[in-house]
Design a protein. Structure first.
Length: 94
């Protein structure tokens, strides 16, 4: 095994452990007894962090050109538009 491989393996292990820790934080927040709106908001934030870690390291987005960032940004903007679009329905049900 090369020295670079060991460094990369350690990086992947660190990301994996961070993902496990974030999963534990999500479960702990669900069991903490906070309100459902706060729990879901927190869980979505943690899920966004986990998705960023997966995309950046495991999908190797850190080595991609600028075009891929534009495509990813378009997807994020679409999700934000859709999420904002359903907020009135959610507000009416609460």
């Amino acid at each position: 095994m090369k020295t670079e491989d060991l460094g990369e393996d350690r990086l992947y292990l660190g990301v994996y452990l961070a993902l496990l820790a974030l999963t534990a934080v999500t479960v702990a927040s669900a069991l903490a007894g906070v309100g459902p709106v706060l729990a879901v908001t927190f869980a979505v934030g943690v899920a966004a962090m986990k998705a960023s870690l997966i995309g950046w390291y495991f999908m190797h987005l850190s080595h991609e050109r600028a075009l891929i960032y534009g495509v990813a940004a378009a997807g994020v903007i679409a999700v934000i538009i859709l999420a904002v679009g359903i907020l009135p329905d959610i507000a009416l049900k609460l």
